[in-house]
Design a protein around this ligand. Structure first.
Ligand SMILES: [Cu+2]
Length: 305
């Protein structure tokens, strides 16, 4: 079910409520009619015989007929009104590419490729560390400080084709190295047991992250989507579906389609294909991670909680 803050959440609950009410009325009436009028329950000799071609006008019930036309009409009209807001949310007012955090999406048989159009930095520190870990990555160096604590850590980094590692003890270490922030930069810091205590990932514009796409919390996220050939595999119809926000849009060969949403909570959610696209359609899944934004207007965006 879509997240509670989305228009689709309320819509789902409203439709569920009215479906259950209508379902109860229909099924109770149907079961009653089946039992009450089954063969043997009525004396057939007393039944009036209907004449073909003659409408039994005397058995009209105008009130009943009006009711079963007017009430469902009102209900359907009401459901249309309820749907309006979510339709508007999904299609009505797309953010421009300048306002939004734009990710280009290329669907192939059978893969999603997400390419950032602006840089994004993803930083994560393990919970409950008994020391304060401060890390700074700049063009000229990687600095790690553990404050007054002497902790043995290992930093492993890759920056485009370059890579390296260094050890940290005595409260910190600095590695002087040329970091090109136009290239993907990944830094992981592990403790003596090999467990990751910190990770830093920076993806420049036109780069992609493997197996997972990162988006900032609280911003309008816009996905511009195309479908492409991959080797021998044809460009076919796909549909990007993000169940967490209840949004889904077709990805059509030869056309750029678009989808947008505004995450208001951090976390990792599913990305799936919702249009059958061949043998490995079911495996066309990925993860989308909404990363915290410290000064966001949304409570759910400010921490990793
Ligand atoms: Cu598919």
């Amino acid at each position: 079910m879509p997240a509670e803050y989305t228009a689709f959440h309320g819509l789902y609950e409203d439709f569920m409520f009215w479906s259950i009410i209508v379902g109860i009325i229909v099924f109770v009436w149907m079961i009653y009619a089946v039992l009450r009028f089954r063969q043997g329950m009525v004396d057939e000799s007393k039944l009036e015989k209907l004449e073909p071609g003659v409408f039994p006008k005397e058995r009209d019930n105008m009130t009943l007929e009006t009711a079963w036309i007017v009430l469902p009409t009102i209900l359907v009209a009401w459901l249309c009104v309820l749907s309006w807001q979510s339709l508007y949310d999904a299609w009505g007012n797309p953010p421009s590419d300048e306002e939004a955090f734009v990710v280009d999406v290329t669907a192939t048989q059978w893969n999603w490729a997400f390419t950032y159009t602006e840089p994004i930095t993803v930083e994560e520190t393990a919970d409950g560390l008994p020391y304060t870990l401060a890390v700074a990555v700049s063009d000229g160096s990687i600095s790690v400080s553990t404050g007054t604590m002497d902790v043995n850590l290992t930093a492993i980094w890759t920056n485009g084709p370059a890579s390296g590692q260094f050890n940290i003890s005595d409260g910190g270490a600095t590695q002087n190295t040329i970091i090109d922030l136009q290239e993907t930069m990944i830094l992981k810091i592990n403790d003596a047991d090999g467990d990751e205590v910190y990770s830093f990932q920076r993806y420049p514009a036109q780069s992609s992250s493997a197996g997972e796409v990162y988006v900032p919390c609280g911003e309008d996220i816009k996905m511009n989507m195309i479908s492409e050939r991959l080797g021998e595999a044809d460009a076919v119809l796909h549909a990007l579906f993000l169940p967490e926000w209840g949004v889904k849009e077709d990805v059509v060969p030869g056309v750029t389609t678009m989808l947008y949403f505004t995450p208001q909570e951090t976390g990792t959610f599913d990305v799936v294909c919702a249009e059958y696209c061949g043998m490995r359609h079911a495996y066309m899944t990925m993860k989308i991670t909404v990363i915290p934004v410290a000064d966001s207007v949304y409570d759910g965006c400010r921490s990793d909680a």
